[in-house]
Ligand binder design. Structure first.
Ligand code: ZN
Length: 595
């Protein structure tokens, strides 16, 4: 559901897709220059000094070699504005003058609610109550919250009582809307609805594009629940929101750096200490959605969680997620038991700013913790520490970075670095994860991408096809990765139903455009560095894919044959053995030499 009454129909999405000009969207945020068939410039999504952002106007796709973001114009708009999909469609439709269909109400269906207006009305009520309440303002004074920040963050107060909000808004907002907005609740046993927030300091929560989506409330009494949030609604999913991202994103993008803290007061305290790029995961452990949100704006995250045990554990969990997104991670140390808020109260803003500026690298800190001095004197401790280090380094995608940390850890452990790579399952140089991926040279500008055989094959197929006939195509099972398989399936379907030449990206995209992940992958495939295929490369890639699939099938067959023997299923056994013989023969026949 959208906050307004607009119904997002497939027709509307298509109309927006057709109308929107990707060059104009990108051009609002970065200067693009023509370079061959494409346009390039500094990436508007991450901080960089040399251009790695590329737009293909004909395909309507963009891709950045630096941060790995890619997709179509709508995706680019979403990343730049922070809007979610429905909001992006609405704004783009407005921008390109596409009429918006309004939601048609079915018989007996409740009228569409304008939740943002309901939340806005509640925010007005809460701020008015704060102005009236000496008690609540006294609390903020005690915590030394500067009045201008209280105003800027829109803080409010929900007075003690069960029906304050209900009574105040009943003339303008139906109770059903307050329920839908998560502001009031129905008692379990039935009866009158009541206010969810009572005697609490209220923090309005906005999404990345600044739209009000809910509230967090801190008790000013002795309520056991120190913090309560709006109930999860269609717009309020705590796990995919970061508090203050709407205000912080500009500073984060400018400096490439975000400060991640736990709670609302930590955000206010850090901003008061001059650190504008601060966001909070709102008291929960960082989620994968939240770390993906961060990587849109930041290159590096300073984790500013509490110094207590819970905070340290939460920081360690966050570390893995952030490393997996390719972010640098540092750890601000505020001193035992302190968070930014309590440190500011005790030692002032300068102490907070200093702790953030001096935050050491968190991977290094973890390596020191996992390998205490003298570990290498005890073989068992050493082996255990090596495993822990392997787990620590595994999420790091940049192989050169992983190599650097690995060298340091190996020194501390006093083992040859090769042994550590073995634990990690990477090759001798520690450069490539040993998976099904073909060995690929790591070019710095494409550091996040180790081009796999499947992706290279698709790239070649989609850019001309090198004279491949439909009959040359392997079965779709030869593609192990589900996204790659989807793209290949659409390609093969289009080609085998009678297109004279191999379908291009446009045709395949229009088959698959509803699937956002596929659009992203296609952008990545086609816009990443020059395709420039070698002669016969595609035929060879297809052959390798097929052999890889046959080898896997052969391994599976071994297992199935064993199973058939165990069950005494003679018929199945004969069939499987036949398949195995055919496959082995195919696999061991040398392939014809390529022209
Ligand atoms: Zn980028």
């Amino acid at each position: 559901m959208s906050l307004s009454n607009v119904q997002i129909t497939p027709q509307l999405v298509q109309a927006v897709r057709d109308a929107v000009d990707i060059l104009a969207i990108a051009g609002d945020h970065t200067k693009l220059r023509r370079s061959g068939q494409r346009w390039t410039g500094l990436c508007p999504l991450h901080k960089e000094k040399s251009p790695s952002f590329s737009v293909d106007e004909t395909q309507g796709l963009f891709y950045c070699f630096g941060c790995g973001a890619g997709g179509d114009a709508i995706k680019l708009y979403m990343l730049l504005s922070g809007d979610d999909f429905p909001a992006a469609i609405e704004s783009l439709a407005g921008r390109y003058g596409i009429p918006l269909p309004t939601r048609v109400r079915g018989r007996g269906e409740a009228p569409e609610r304008d939740l943002e207006a309901v939340l806005g009305a509640a925010a007005g009520y809460f701020t008015a109550q704060l102005a009236k309440s000496g008690f609540a303002r006294g609390y903020l004074e005690k915590r030394q919250m500067p009045p201008e920040l209280v105003q800027r963050f829109g803080l409010g107060y929900a007075p003690d009582g069960w029906r304050g909000l209900l009574e105040a808004l009943k003339a303008q907002v139906p109770v059903g809307d307050l329920l839908a907005a998560g502001l009031v609740a129905n008692p379990d046993g039935g009866g009158e609805p009541y206010d969810r927030f009572r005697n609490r300091l209220m923090f309005p929560i906005r999404n990345a594009s600044g739209r009000l989506v809910g509230f967090g409330g801190r008790t000013l009494g002795d309520d056991k629940a120190k913090y309560v949030n709006t109930a999860e609604t269609e717009r309020f999913h705590k796990s995919s929101l970061l508090y203050n991202l709407d205000q912080a994103k500009k500073a984060i993008r400018e400096h490439g750096k975000a400060l991640l803290v736990e709670g609302y007061f930590d955000v206010l305290a850090s901003v008061a200490a001059g650190v504008e790029g601060t966001v909070a995961s709102m008291g929960t452990a960082l989620t994968p959605e939240q770390s993906r949100l961060l990587v849109r704006y930041a290159d590096e995250v300073v984790v500013g969680y509490d110094g207590d045990e819970a905070g340290e554990n939460a920081a360690r969990r966050a570390l893995g997620l952030l490393l997996a997104e390719g972010l640098g991670v540092r750890r601000a140390r505020f001193g035992a038991g302190h968070d930014p808020d309590s440190l500011r109260l005790e030692k002032g803003s300068e102490a907070v700013a200093a702790a953030i500026a001096e935050a050491p690298d968190l991977v290094n800190l973890e390596m020191e913790r996992l390998i205490p001095p003298d570990t290498h004197r005890n073989p068992r401790l050493r082996a255990k520490a090596a495993s822990a280090i392997a787990d620590l380094l595994k999420p790091i995608r940049d192989s050169i970075l992983r190599y650097g940390y690995g060298r340091v850890a190996a020194d501390r452990l006093a083992v040859p670095v090769e042994l550590l790579w073995k634990r990690l399952g990477v090759d001798r140089q520690g450069l490539a994860i040993a998976s099904g991926a073909a060995p690929a040279a790591i070019v710095p500008e494409a550091r996040r991408l180790v081009r796999s055989l499947e992706e290279r094959t698709l790239q070649l197929l989609l850019s001309g096809g090198q004279g491949i006939e439909p009959g040359d195509l392997p079965p779709e099972e030869a593609f192990f990765d589900p996204l790659s398989r989807n793209i290949f399936r659409a390609f093969a379907r289009l080609y085998t139903v009678g297109l004279a030449s191999p379908p291009g990206a446009r045709e395949v995209l229009s088959e698959l455009a509803a699937d956002g992940a596929v659009v992203d992958r296609m952008a990545q495939l086609l816009l990443e560095n020059d395709v420039s295929p070698k002669s016969g490369e595609l035929r060879e890639s297809l052959r390798q894919l097929e052999r890889r699939w046959q080898q896997q099938r052969l391994r599976d067959l071994g297992r199935e044959i064993h199973e058939a023997q165990r069950l005494g299923d003679a018929e199945r056994l004969t069939r499987l053995l036949g398949e195995k013989t055919t496959l082995s023969r195919q696999l061991h026949t040398p392939s014809p030499r390529q022209p």
